[in-house]
Design a protein around this ligand. Structure first.
Ligand code: SF4
Length: 404
């Protein structure tokens, strides 16, 4: 069957500092190819809506699947689904991805019949099953599938991360993918899931707090296939298990792979597993993103970050000693006043790291969605990009944005 997988356009502000290859969609594409389908992938971070229409007309897919990892892309995907339905009424149209998984009912309702189903959870196992069940009225009993008539049980998770290596040959104009100064930059995944449970994050609810690892050989083989000189590791928290990081590193050395790397991790993991980061520094690790989230004990507790300010500052010291370029995130709460912003600004200007301020945003799938969503000032998902306030601000909104 001809299948077209589509990644939506970049988010309003993020394209200034990153454009990442659609790794999740590439893995789903590989799973579909393994099931015998002819797959194309169109990334609207790079191509236009006109290109999409051209692809529909020339490739004539029997099925179109949209990835929806960010809420801010919901309106675009719904518009594209509606346009696809009217242009090719017989085409099966589905959506999946991180954000889609938490708002399945809303998506189906707002699509008004343009979406045949939404896939919850990981797509590698479910997407081939969806296509296998095409035309079968029992589609709504497939694990991970939600239709307007019903919902199957929870999706089956991928047990073996080596099983479907990303179909990177399907992404065109790969040189346009970058993060910061790592340009061009590919992406890779060593582990999936997170064992922590921060209140603002939906990574742990999406993966059911599971934590899975690629084999060291599989991870290194995948890196060896990457043509780009730079790699962004998409793992939510890199090197939780240092022995895994060492094992992959040894496979990299054995293969003589030379790249520069960017990863994300937690401060307490960096403190506890300093040696593995030191080792990776020698392998080419240059940049890291640390989610500090708050400078004070009270803020860290509110986010259930399970670290202390002392550990956070110790991690920054280690990163400086190891000569990493570090970007930090601090979560700005809508109830911050000028004084609170001033404290954070003063600190940010006193440290060598790049400090990002993102706005505390209750996302579907997070605990804060359950506790805060009644107070939302907007349900326009385009504003759910952690750059906009969607909860009432203590300062007048304009003043809040000026401080931000
Ligand atoms: S913020 Fe990071 S550490 Fe916390 S749950 Fe999410 S991925 Fe895990």
């Amino acid at each position: 069957m001809r299948v077209l997988l589509v990644h939506p356009s970049p988010l309003m502000y993020s394209e200034v500092y990153l454009k990442l290859e659609p790794l999740g969609l590439e893995r789903v594409a590989q799973a579909l190819r393994a099931a015998g389908h002819e797959v194309r992938l169109l990334d609207l971070q790079i191509f236009s809506h006109k290109d999409y229409v051209r692809e529909l007309d020339t490739f004539k897919p029997r099925a179109v699947g949209f990835s929806l990892n960010y809420l801010a892309n919901v309106p675009e995907v719904l518009d594209l689904a509606v346009a696809t339905r009217s242009r090719r009424p017989e085409t099966f149209i589905f959506a999946g991805g991180h954000s889609a998984s938490f708002i399945t009912g809303e998506l189906l309702e707002h699509a008004g019949g343009a979406l045949d189903c939404v896939v919850r959870g990981e797509g590698e196992i479910t997407a081939p099953r969806v296509l296998e069940a095409l035309g079968d009225p029992r589609l709504d009993t497939v694990p991970g599938v939600v239709t307007r008539t019903g919902a199957g049980p929870a999706a089956t998770m991928l047990e073996d991360l080596d099983r479907f290596p990303p179909a990177r040959d399907l992404t065109r104009h790969r040189r346009r993918y970058f993060i910061g100064v790592l340009d061009p930059c590919a992406s890779a995944e060593f582990t999936r899931g997170c064992p922590w449970d921060c209140s603002f994050c939906s990574a742990w609810t999406f993966y059911g707090r599971s934590y899975r690892k690629a084999s060291a050989e599989g991870a290194a083989e995948d890196l060896a296939r990457i043509a780009e000189p730079n790699v962004f590791l998409v793992d939510d928290v890199a090197f939780i298990h240092p022995e895994h990081g060492f094992a992959i590193g040894q496979e990299i050395e054995r293969r003589g792979i030379k790249k520069e790397y960017y990863l994300e991790t937690r401060c307490d993991v960096l403190v506890k597993n300093r040696e593995v980061f030191e080792y990776w520094q020698r392998l080419g690790l240059r940049y890291m993103f640390l989610g500090l989230e708050a400078l004070d004990e009270e803020g860290l507790k509110a986010h259930r970050k399970r670290v202390t300010p002392g550990e956070n500052f110790q991690a920054l010291e280690i990163a400086r000693e190891l000569d990493f370029t570090v970007a930090i995130n601090i979560i700005a709460d809508p109830d911050w006043d000028e004084r609170r912003f001033a404290i954070v600004r003063e600190w940010a200007l006193s440290v060598p790291e790049i400090v990002h301020l993102t706005v505390n945003t209750p996302y579907p799938g997070t605990e804060s969605w359950l506790t805060e969503s009644r107070r939302l000032t907007s349900l326009d998902y385009r504003l759910f990009d952690v750059q906009h306030a969607v909860l009432p601000t203590k300062l007048p909104l304009r003043a809040f944005y000026e401080e931000l």
